[in-house]
Write a protein that binds this ligand. Structure first.
Ligand code: GAP
Length: 450
């Protein structure tokens, strides 16, 4: 399916509107009319983003004892980007509609438009020209060529230049990995589809250093492992697939590459790249820095430049993936449609909503006490306004998997109603068992719905 294929524009429109209305994502500098391609994450959005990041970090560093973490600076020595090949080759081909001046990425235009050199509006296109995607600025008050710095277009290079530091200061031996989450910047020719492609975004990258003879084995391992990780995250299996890069798609550093693609409302698109970067990066950094970056195998005394298998996921893009995977408009009865975000409970920004049936007769105070107790284990939200049905719907819309209602019976026998988001099923649960029951439900969670 091509970049242009629109699968369900309505879903995208409704999702964007929900994100703004409920505080997931706002346009950057909203009061000034917004800034194209930059977005701010609101109270619920930042919770969701942090949870996705935490899930990834746990999968990578806690569940793999051969991977350690790093947090390198965004600004790096300018020679890094010469060595990496980004100054020379990190460019997209750009064309312009000669009538409307609208810009397009050459590789994103349908074949027919490229052959006929016409824009989607039917106007003549300019000749393709190269456009480097790196943001360039200057360090210090004097703008001379020696003060040039770039905003990093990928987090990976921070890992390569620290590879020796990590090797010398931690107990890792090859094969091992270094994981990092952070901002990256690209002056994209066309930014569209909300937070899908932006100029400022976040990446979750892991670079795995291996013996050159084992590159294909580890490439296969990480390809499968990353796909399984999305499944563990609760993403629908039929919305994920692999796409292998053809020779014309491969990045300048890659010997082999697969994308994990997700079926967004606007079509199949890349979510994460798995790349066999060979020894390209370490070789180049060795040449440009003059430093020996070879690895000495303890047992065999073999000295070699490790190959690198990279897993490179977009964090902000994953936020859009999780939102679109979770979003549903469900018809409950004729004329009654509820909007529900079926987040995996571990990713949901709020885990438990707590409501008193009414504010009076001490129920509000009782509900406050129960909510306070739950805070030790879960992110909670207290709401006492409006009809109970409306309160449930408000929580469905932001993906809260559990709601607890405190009513008159609570005063009598210390039980509450526990309502589950996806099935809307309600059961009576003793307050003393509430936290344990919710934890169990999170562990056993299986997505239902369409
Ligand atoms: N270090 C390798 C690398 O950066 P990439 O395929 O260019 O590879 C990896 O990017 C991931 O980063 C993509 O799969 C995507 O999720 C995310 N990404 C790349 N450009 C992006 C952009 N302009 N906006 C949002 N996410 C982006």
């Amino acid at each position: 399916m091509s970049e242009q294929t629109v699968v369900n524009p309505q879903t995208m429109e409704n999702l964007v509107s929900l994100c703004k209305r409920r505080g997931f994502v706002f346009a950057s500098s909203d009061i000034y009319g917004g800034l194209a391609s930059a977005w701010d994450y609101g109270p619920l959005g930042v919770e969701l983003k942090n949870r996705i990041q935490r899930f990834w970090w746990r999968e990578m560093t806690q569940l793999h004892d051969d991977i350690v973490g790093l947090d390198a600076a965004i600004m790096m020595h300018p020679r890094v980007w010469e060595a990496s090949g980004h100054v020379e080759s990190f460019a997209d081909l750009m064309v312009e509609d000669t009538v409307t001046n609208e810009r397009f990425r050459w590789d994103h235009l349908p074949e027919q438009n490229r052959e006929q050199m016409v824009s989607p509006a039917g106007n003549p296109l300019s000749q393709p020209k190269e456009f480097n995607l790196m943001f360039k600025t200057h360090l210090g008050p004097v703008q001379e060529s020696s003060s040039v710095v770039y905003l990093r277009p990928e987090t990976a290079q921070g890992i390569y230049v620290n590879y020796k530091n990590v090797l010398q200061t931690s107990r890792v031996r090859i094969p091992f990995g270094i994981a990092q989450v952070g901002k990256a910047f690209r002056n994209e020719i066309v930014t569209k589809n909300f937070i899908f492609r932006t100029c400022e975004f976040e990446q979750m990258e892991m670079q795995f250093f291996v013996h050159p003879s084992e590159d294909e084995k580890w490439f296969e391992y990480w390809k499968e492992e990353r796909m399984q990780s999305y499944r563990r995250m609760g993403v629908r299996v039929d919305r994920l697939r692999f796409h292998r890069h053809g020779p014309d798609e491969l990045a300048h550093y890659a010997k082999d590459a697969f994308d994990i693609q997700f079926l967004f409302p606007f079509g199949w698109q890349e979510l994460e790249g798995i790349h066999n970067r060979t020894d390209f990066d370490l070789r180049r950094h060795s040449e440009y820095s003059g430093k020996d970056l070879t690895y000495l195998e303890d047992a065999t005394r073999e000295r070699y430049l490790p190959y690198i298998i990279e897993t490179s996921a977009g964090l902000t893009r994953s936020v859009l993936m999780v939102l679109s995977d979770a979003y549903e408009e469900e018809t409950i009865a004729e004329g009654d449609v509820r909007t529900v975000l079926r987040f995996h409970p571990e990713l949901a920004p709020i885990t438990v909503g707590v409501f008193p049936l009414v504010k009076k007769d001490g129920l509000a105070e009782l509900a406050r006490d129960i909510e306070r107790d739950l805070r030790a284990d879960f992110t909670t939200f207290y709401d006492q306004s409006g009809a109970i049905g409306r309160r449930y719907r408000r929580q469905d819309e932001v993906g809260t998997p559990f709601c607890v209602t405190i009513d008159y019976q609570t005063r009598e026998n210390n039980t509450v109603t526990l309502r589950e988001r996806d099935s809307m099923a309600q059961q009576r649960v003793p307050v003393a068992e509430l936290a344990a029951r919710i934890k169990q439900a999170i562990t056993e969670y299986k997505r239902t719905g369409t």
